[in-house]
Ligand binder design. Structure first.
Ligand code: UDP
Length: 409
């Protein structure tokens, strides 16, 4: 696909939105920004960076993207830290901490810190802040994780590093912490022109369903997620079973792994065991290059679920709403920021609640349709990539010109 330019968004967001972005970028032209995360493929952060980095460059801000490199040992520790931040009780030994620090420091040695702004995503590369005294760059920690109730030991370990940053960004007001540095609310976003979200021909959608051997004779309920216990795929199957007593429907659980997530295969086995060979449950293990397939599955679905137990933001919710699909999501993480009950979707708190909402929306297609339509408008207003660009530009202004006041990010 040819690279996307900002002007391509004009038919979707309008002329004024783009003019504002050009204006904000004017005084930042030539600034050097480096984004660092832990995976180039898989999961929401990689998804966001693939869109954001080229568009910032298009606006004249020289933006690079670096991925921290580490072996399995490193990612086992970072996964523990990730789960601990999400609230799981974990124990990180001194040996693990050493491995974590050692890999980060090795990476840092080869990193060009001759930048104006360093944006470090999530905990995996958080130790990069140790390079702060080698550069005049401003440092931002972008946290995509729900850290409202973290394991105390993990948070105590990280907090000392977080507070060395110049600013921190969180996806929901509920994730903010008592910190000595400024905190900004940054909703993630989706790209309406990416393969994941652009319009598709009905023939292509049908081909994808044929390829996955999914018949179109019954309502299709879908959850797209990495196979991760925090996405509760087993709970989704249990909710489907409760619905299945009353409605003949089928379930799609589709997802792949991420290179920074070593637990995926174990969870996939648990999901297969729970499905017990039910021919109406389609468990699809998707390779990382499946954006068009995910798009087609979302568009072909009657209802979309995101029944996470913990969630950072839950980009899949905005992706589905953009496609005008009714979405049922757990009231965790950033999902309530996207789903306004009775308006842009349904929020749920349990397996039974999920089953109830599925039954309700399957039997009230007019209500389901309205939720999808309002959801689309809401995403257009709040969660498109152009909105996020605006937030980053304003943040870069705040960091580059600290004396000036900008009130609304
Ligand atoms: N996704 C994907 N392949 C998969 C599963 C998910 O490309 O097998 C995408 C999904 O469409 C969404 C992102 O990865 O864009 C997941 O982001 P989300 O915030 O929902 O969850 P995360 O994986 O970051 O916890």
């Amino acid at each position: 696909m040819p690279s996307i330019q900002l002007t391509d968004y004009k038919p979707i967001v309008g002329h004024h939105t783009l003019e504002e972005l050009y204006l904000l970028a004017e005084r930042l032209k030539g600034k050097r920004v480096k984004m660092v995360n832990s995976t180039a493929i898989g999961g929401g952060v990689a998804e966001i960076l693939h869109q954001l980095v080229p568009l910032l460059n298009d606006l004249g801000i020289q933006t690079q993207w670096e991925v921290i490199k580490g072996g399995e040992d490193f990612f086992v520790v970072t996964k523990k830290i990730h789960n601990g931040l999400h609230g799981e009780s974990v124990s990180i030994t001194e040996k693990m901490k050493e491995a974590f620090l050692e890999v980060s420091r090795e990476n840092l040695e080869y990193t060009d810190l001759n930048q104006d702004i360093m944006v470090i995503h999530d905990p995996q590369p958080i130790i990069y802040i140790e390079g702060k005294n080698r550069t005049s760059a401003k440092w931002v920690w972008r946290c995509h994780i729900d850290i409202s109730n973290p394991d105390q030991g993990v948070w105590d370990f990280l907090k000392g590093y977080v507070e060395q940053y110049d600013a921190s960004l969180f996806s929901s007001p509920r994730f903010s912490k008592g910190l000595s540095i400024p905190q900004f609310l940054f909703f993630p976003s989706i790209d309406p022109l990416s393969d994941k979200n652009r319009e598709l021909e009905p023939e292509f959608i049908n081909q994808v369903l044929d390829r996955f051997q999914i018949p179109r004779d019954k309502p299709l309920i879908t959850q797209i997620s990495r196979f991760d216990r925090l996405k509760d795929p087993v709970g989704v199957i249990k909710a489907y079973r409760l619905v299945k007593r009353y409605f003949d429907c089928q379930l799609v659980l589709a997802g792949g792994g991420a290179s920074d997530d070593p637990e995926g295969e174990i969870v996939l086995d648990e999901v297969r065991a729970e499905a017990k060979g039910d021919p109406d449950i389609h468990i699809l293990l998707l390779p990382p290059t499946s954006s068009l397939e995910i798009n087609a599955l979302q568009r072909a679905s009657t209802l979309i679920l995101q029944k996470s137990i913990r969630e950072g933001f839950g980009l899949t919710v905005s992706e589905a709403l953009w496609k005008k699909k009714p979405v049922i999501g757990s009231a965790v993480g950033g999902i309530p920021a996207q789903i306004i009950p009775h308006f842009t979707g349904a929020l749920v708190y349990s397996i039974e609640g999920t089953a109830y909402q599925i039954r309700y929306l399957l039997s009230h297609p007019d209500v389901a349709k309205k939720l999808g339509e309002y959801g689309h408008e809401y995403v257009k207003e709040e969660f498109l990539i152009t909105r996020k660009l605006r937030r980053y530009l304003l943040l870069f202004h705040v960091l580059s010109h600290p004396g000036e006041r900008i009130i609304h990010l």
